[in-house]
Design a protein around this ligand. Structure first.
Ligand code: OGA
Ligand code: NI
Length: 341
């Protein structure tokens, strides 16, 4: 008979047990550069989505959007149709979910063969390097693909608010995709047609417990998102999200009523490499827990994705092969690399 797995302990339990960050739980080769490195805090450019959609003022705002994406790969969106009090409510409900007893959260645990549901990096091997977080991953769109058995029933209004949030975000995706197309002098629906009117959206609710050894752990390892774009609702107070600009990590601050939008690999492919899917990471905080929601807006699975034809001509070669989005993640670690022509 197979050996039973070693007892799994969550990162949160390790901390609350007062354990030190042990070798095997942590980067011991100096890869976490948060100690000793002065990290600058900067506010990323603010884009008014209302202006993007209104013709007299769109040109200026489109120019700002294009510059923000070139410099950062991300921007803060305001005037996005969600009130500050609604966003506070979403944050509050998420905080309440993660504060529930482990027993309750485990009711929504992701099954072994699926990412969806509640989970975290289980401590299963000595070599494993953990991300210092707990998370809840849910498909929120299309609606008929939701797996409601892993959707929390507590706090009570969680499901209803997430539903409302997903409807609002869907509208934002439409506005932003049209604006990005226009900012590249493409026909307005060029990207929206590729990814599909409805798209597929995954919400990842993140809880990053405080950690006394910032020099040893990441809340989330450096990565680029495989999405078309990702809409992040950051913690209202606690910083932690950093973007790589050139060779410098910069800690981004956002205004409370804004959501942070970064583009992902699919946008890099569709823009034929003109726009870059930015590397980013989350560092932990020594004294405060941090929460965030990242919603990955992705193409409909059966859609074929490739560089926009309008960007290819005699002087500009096609940089990426076409791919069906359902196959994208099977390409490996940074799938986009495998698509280079
Ligand atoms: C992610 C991500 C940022 C955050 O989940 O891919 O980058 O602030 N999250 O949690
Ligand atoms: Ni990310």
């Amino acid at each position: 008979m197979a050996q039973p797995p070693p007892p799994a302990k969550t990162v949160q339990e390790s901390v609350s047990d007062g354990e030190a960050v042990k070798e095997g739980y942590a980067y011991t080769d100096g890869k976490v550069a948060t100690s000793g490195e002065a990290i600058h805090v900067m506010e990323v450019p603010v884009i008014d989505l209302g202006l993007l959609a209104s013709s007299p003022s769109a040109a200026g705002e489109l120019f700002k959007l294009r510059s923000a994406l070139a410099l950062w790969g991300c921007f803060q969106a305001i005037n996005h149709g969600m009130s500050g009090s609604f966003l506070s409510k979403v944050r509050e409900l998420m905080g309440q979910f993660f504060a529930l007893p482990m027993e309750e959260k485990q009711k929504y645990a992701s099954p072994a063969d699926d990412m969806e549901g509640y989970g975290n990096d289980m401590v299963l091997s000595e070599q494993q390097v953990l991300d210092w977080n707990e998370r809840l991953l849910l498909i929120i769109s299309p609606k008929d693909q939701r797996k409601l058995d892993v959707w929390p029933r507590k706090p009570e209004s969680f499901r209803e608010r997430v539903q409302e949030y997903s409807v609002k975000l869907q509208a934002i995706v439409g506005v932003v995709l049209k604006a990005i197309s226009l900012s590249l002098n493409l026909e307005e629906n060029c990207f929206l047609d590729q990814v599909g009117e409805q798209g597929k959206m995954y919400a990842r609710f993140n809880y990053y417990p405080r950690c006394p050894r910032l020099d040893l752990v990441y809340g989330l390892k450096p990565h680029a998102d495989g999405s078309t774009m990702t809409i992040v609702l950051p913690d209202e107070e606690v910083l932690g999200l950093q973007f790589l600009r050139g060779d410098q990590w910069i800690s981004v601050s956002t205004i409370p009523e804004a959501v942070l939008i970064n583009i992902g690999d699919i946008m890099e492919i569709m823009s034929n490499g003109i726009l870059k899917s930015p590397m980013h990471r989350v560092v932990t905080n020594a004294t405060s827990d941090r929460i965030s929601v990242a919603v990955f807006c992705c193409p409909e699975e059966e859609n074929e994705i490739g560089p926009a034809e309008g960007l290819i001509n005699e002087d500009t070669l096609r940089l990426y092969k076409k791919i069906f989005y359902s196959e994208y993640y099977q390409l490996g670690k940074r799938p986009i690399e495998a698509l280079k022509i």
